[in-house]
Design a protein around this ligand. Structure first.
Ligand SMILES: Nc1nc2c(ncn2[C@@H]2O[C@H](COP(=O)(O)OP(=O)(O)OP(=O)(O)O)[C@@H](O)[C@H]2O)c(=O)[nH]1
Ligand SMILES: [Mg+2]
Length: 606
């Protein structure tokens, strides 16, 4: 440890045992209490300082074993553990957690899914569970805000058993009801779950820990479960070569006074030292640079909000660390970062490139433009769009730039002249371009909402298009001249008819089938229903109509079956595009008309 200075001892991972800190991701729906829970554990007030109390970026906090055992009291005895503590990753509830990758897997070793006991499962709860399922990450559920149960008698900082014992039967009953609802919801999602003290095997079953991030009751239990789980099932995975070249994931790219662009990183393997050459995934490919300064947040401090960093010479996994180095402006949140050290630079660049390639999105020749704030969210967007069968022309990390507008405007179809922006800003000059182009921009901070907004736009457009088509198109109709209902022979002929199928409209051409051919007999010039002029009449009704052209007894007769004459093009559109939109009787008229034509010409209207 000769090259480690005194400052670095603040890192929980500097002991020679080479067991790294487990990485614990805190996930859950907006406002369910993730940041407050971490605040309670680390003794800070990050949540209160957040704009609108909403977490915008992923953060990291190293909590040493001593702090954990202080909080957990008798439930966590430091001598029972040889893990150095826990590294907590806070995530924004409105954001997808898949930002957190490491070498193709999940960055977190373990997760806490925070669920508000009163609010229950919400969209981001499900999103979090989906990702945990996909990545096979073990997790516990923190059933938070138990103090809001009506009639609750708070027991600050107490283990849950003591807290339970101090409640009235009715308060306990209410809480139990909510807890069983959560257990039921978990089982609906395919997880076998129970209250944590009933769980024997945490690898098979999900433990639910009732707690309050506000009063701290139940938090000792949560910490005991996390420590127990890590120590028991993950010790092997925690054994790393702490002096090997570091590997990590970029959480955020930030300007820091005096340093320029810096990256906040979660280091999950090896170590990083001052003057190490590093390779970082960037918007325009891997960036090779040299570490100028390693800035470590103090223990129990959130890297996201910390103002005072200790400058250190070396950091060992697992840790949250701010790295200052030249040329980091184009670094990408969510991208890999690797220390070169005794390997060849090419080899490490290759490593980073292939990891970036894993996340690359399938693109098509025609599709929408996607922008997202991090690689992980870009990947999540791409997955969501694939599921919704929306093709992507180009997908990139970064704010909406003029170039994106230019690319989107080259699309042929209006529905592809679109930019979908997830958690990104619009650069001022792109704003101007958007105003003068046909390109539409959709922006949101929730992936599924962004996809939904776009789908609504598509539906709306299709509906509008169909309506204009329907307005312009001639619709099929079959009708019959009634016996003894001839009111005028000709000029125009006025007869009583019954509409058999479809809708009869004024000003349409009337045809009669003779042999295999329709003959136009004239044009409808008036419809009267019970003495009133109408412009159309539905199947099943009897009306009198005036037809310009024919004479009754010559071109038409009592009892004749007549049809609205359909242009071939209209018949084709009706059959191929609108057959789901028109009523059954009209479809029958259409089929009848087509069949008659096709007896002569099988390809008519095709
Ligand atoms: N009564 C009570 N309120 C709580 C508890 N935990 C959190 N809150 C409150 O719930 C609100 C949201 O808490 P946060 O910790 O910011 O929630 P979050 O999950 O981090 O939210 P995002 O970061 O936006 O996803 C705040 O007003 C907290 O004070 C709890 O256990 N009891
Ligand atoms: Mg938060």
């Amino acid at each position: 440890m000769s090259d480690t200075d005194a400052d670095a001892d603040a890192s929980p991972a500097t002991e020679s045992n080479a067991l790294r800190t487990p990485i614990v991701a805190v996930l859950g729906h907006v406002d369910h209490g993730k940041t407050t829970l971490l605040d309670k554990i680390r003794g800070s007030a990050v949540s209160e300082g957040e704009a609108g109390a909403i977490t915008q970026h992923i953060g990291a906090t190293a909590v040493p074993l001593e702090t954990v055992s202080q909080m957990a009291g008798s439930l966590v005895k430091p001598e029972d553990f040889d893990l150095p503590g826990l590294l907590f990753i806070d995530t924004p509830g409105h954001h997808s957690f898949s930002t957190l990758r490491s070498r193709g897997g999940a960055l977190a070793d373990i997760a806490i899914v925070v669920v508000d006991v009163n609010d229950g499962f919400q969209p981001q709860t499900l999103e979090a569970l989906d990702i945990l399922k996909r990545t096979g990450t073990p997790f516990v559920v923190a059933a938070n805000k138990i103090d809001t149960t009506p009639g609750w008698n708070p027991q600050d900082g107490s283990p849950i058993q003591g807290s339970y014992d101090s409640q009235s039967d009715s308060a306990r009953g209410r809480l139990d009801e909510n807890l069983y609802e959560i257990i039921g919801n978990l089982s609906d999602e395919g997880f076998s779950a129970d209250l944590y003290w009933r769980v024997q095997n945490f690898q098979k079953n999900v433990g639910v820990v009732p707690l309050s991030a506000m009063t701290g009751e139940g938090i000792p239990d949560l910490l005991a479960v996390l420590m127990g789980l890590s120590q028991r099932y993950m010790k092997e995975e925690m054994e790393i070569d702490v002096s090997g070249p570091g590997a990590g994931t970029v959480l955020e790219v930030k300007e820091e006074r005096g340093f320029g662009a810096t990256v906040d990183v979660v280091l999950y393997d090896g170590s990083v030292r001052e003057d190490d050459v590093i390779v970082v995934g960037g918007v325009n490919g891997p960036i090779v640079t040299e570490v100028r300064a390693l800035l470590q947040p103090r223990p129990n401090a959130e890297i996201r909000t910390e103002k005072r960093f200790d400058k250190v010479e070396e950091v060992r996994a697992a840790a949250g660390i701010k790295i200052a180095a030249p040329d980091l402006d184009d670094a990408m949140a969510g991208a890999p970062i690797r220390v070169v050290r005794d390997r060849s630079e090419e080899e490490v660049i290759e490593d980073v490139t292939s990891e970036l390639a894993e996340i690359e999105v399938d693109t098509a020749d025609e599709g929408v433009v996607v922008k997202a704030d991090t690689l992980g969210s870009l990947e999540a967007m791409a997955n969501a769009l694939k599921e919704a069968e929306v093709p992507i022309l180009r997908a990139e990390v970064g704010d909406v730039a003029p170039r994106d507008v230019a690319v989107a405007s080259t699309a042929r179809e209006m529905e592809n002249k679109v930019i979908l922006g997830f958690s990104v800003d619009v650069l001022p000059n792109a704003e101007d371009e958007l105003e003068t182009s046909e390109v539409r921009l959709f922006r949101d901070d929730v992936i599924y909402q962004l996809v939904e907004e776009y789908e609504e736009f598509i539906d709306e457009r299709q509906r509008a298009q169909q309506e204009t088509v329907m307005d312009k198109i001639i619709r099929p109709c079959r009708f019959r001249i009634l016996e003894d209902h001839v009111f005028r022979q000709s000029g125009p002929a006025v007869v009583g008819v019954e509409v058999m199928s479809g809708t009869l409209k004024n000003n349409t051409n009337v045809a009669k089938w003779e042999g295999n051919k329709p003959t136009r007999v004239g044009q409808l010039s008036g419809i009267q229903e019970q003495g009133e002029d109408v412009s159309e009449v539905r199947a099943g009704n009897r009306v009198s109509i005036a037809i310009d052209g024919p004479t009754v007894g010559r071109q038409i007769e009592e009892g004749d079956e007549l049809w609205t004459e359909l242009p071939e093009k209209h018949a084709k559109i009706l059959e191929q595009e609108l057959s789901d939109e028109i009523p059954a009787d009209e479809l029958e008229a259409l089929t009848g008309y087509l069949n008659k034509h096709r007896r002569r010409d099988p390809f008519w209207g095709k």
